[in-house]
Design a protein around this ligand. Structure first.
Ligand SMILES: [Zn+2]
Length: 280
C-alpha cells in the first residue's frame, strides 16, 4: 500500500481489460491507497484517478483470482525474501518468480514486486470507474461477518430456491464470498449433503448451515484461508492452509467424524466433496 508503482509488465494481455498501454499508463507512477474486498472480489483503490477517455475516470483496479489465481508480493532484503502471498494453493515452485503462469508484474519503488499468477487464466485485473465499482458491488448479496448476516436474512436469501444447497451457497448475489472449497466444508459441518435441494431442508438443518457458514469462514481466516505470509529463506517453507479442511480435496480419505471414505462427485459442474456416512 502507498508504494509507488514504477513498472507494470503485462505478460498475458487477456488478464487485463484495457489495451496494455492504458493499463500501464493508469498504474505507472500511481499507487494503491486502499484495498477493499466484497465477496471474492478485491478492490485496489488508486491514489490518483486516471482519465481514460471522455468522462471516464479510472479510480480502482478490480481483481478476481477465480479458480487458480495467486497474488505474491516479494521483496528481497539481503539474503532473505519477504513474502506476502495469497490465493490458490501455493507450493514451493510458485515462489520461483516470474514463472510461466505469471500474468502481470508490478514493480514498486522500494524494489518490491507483486506478481499476479494464474494457471488456468480465468482471473483478471480490471481498471474500473467509480460507477463501475458501484455496479459490481451492488451485485453481491449479504456479506458474512456484517450485521446484515442474520438468520432471518439468510432464510430470505434461501427462500423459494429450487436449487441444491451447494448451488445456493455459491450464489454470490445471495451470500457473498463462499467459494467451492467453503461450500463443501459448510455442508460437511452441517451434516447435510451438498446435493440436497434447498426446499428439502428442515428448519434445524438450515439453522445448522447458517451457524456453520460463520464457523467455517472464521476457521479459514484463522488458518489464513489460502493466504500465506512469512519470510522465506533458503531452507524455510511454511505450512499448508488445507490442513483444517475436512472433505475438500480429501477424496478417498477417511472421514474424521465417522470413518467412511470421503467421496467426490461433479455437481452442477463443480467438484463436490462429501462424506456419505455422516452427511444426510
Ligand atoms: Zn463422515
Amino acid at each position: 500500500m502507498n508504494k509507488k508503482i514504477v513498472q507494470v509488465e503485462i505478460r498475458q494481455a487477456k488478464a487485463v481489460n484495457f489495451e496494455n498501454k492504458f493499463f500501464v499508463q493508469a498504474l505507472r507512477g500511481n499507487s494503491f491507497g486502499e484495498i477493499d474486498r466484497r465477496g471474492k472480489l478485491m478492490i485496489f483503490r488508486l491514489k490518483k484517478s486516471f482519465k481514460i477517455s471522455g468522462s471516464r475516470v479510472i479510480t480502482s483496479v478490480l481483481a478476481h483470482l477465480k479458480m487458480t489465481g495467486q497474488l505474491i508480493y516479494e521483496k528481497k532484503i539481503g539474503k532473505k525474501v519477504e513474502v506476502v502471498a495469497g490465493g490458490h494453493k501455493l507450493i514451493e515452485k510458485d515462489f520461483d518468480l516470474p514463472n510461466k503462469h505469471t500474468q502481470v508484474i508490478f514493480t514498486f519503488d522500494d524494489r518490491g514486486e507483486l506478481f499476479f499468477n494464474d494457471l488456468r487464466r480465468f482471473g483478471y485485473m480490471k481498471l474500473a470507474t467509480v460507477e463501475e465499482v458501484q455496479k459490481v458491488l451492488s451485485a453481491f448479496g449479504i456479506e458474512p461477518f456484517t450485521k446484515n448476516f442474520t438468520y432471518e436474512n439468510f432464510l430470505a436469501a434461501l427462500l423459494k430456491r429450487k436449487v441444491t444447497i451447494k448451488v445456493a451457497l455459491l450464489d454470490q448475489k445471495k451470500i457473498a464470498g463462499i467459494g467451492n472449497i467453503y461450500a463443501d466444508e459448510v455442508c460437511f459441518c452441517a451434516g447435510v449433503l451438498p446435493t440436497r435441494p434447498v426446499v428439502s431442508l428442515s428448519a434445524a438443518e438450515k439453522k445448522k448451515i447458517f451457524v456453520c457458514i460463520t464457523e467455517i469462514l472464521k476457521m479459514a481466516i484463522k488458518h489464513r484461508g489460502t493466504t500465506f505470509k512469512d519470510y522465506l529463506d533458503s531452507e524455510g517453507k511454511k505450512g499448508n492452509y488445507t490442513d483444517f479442511l475436512k472433505v475438500f480435496d480429501r477424496e478417498g480419505e477417511k472421514c474424521g467424524r465417522c470413518g467412511n471414505l470421503v467421496k467426490k462427485i461433479k455437481s452442477n459442474g463443480r467438484g463436490t466433496h462429501f462424506c456419505p456416512g455422516c452427511q444426510h
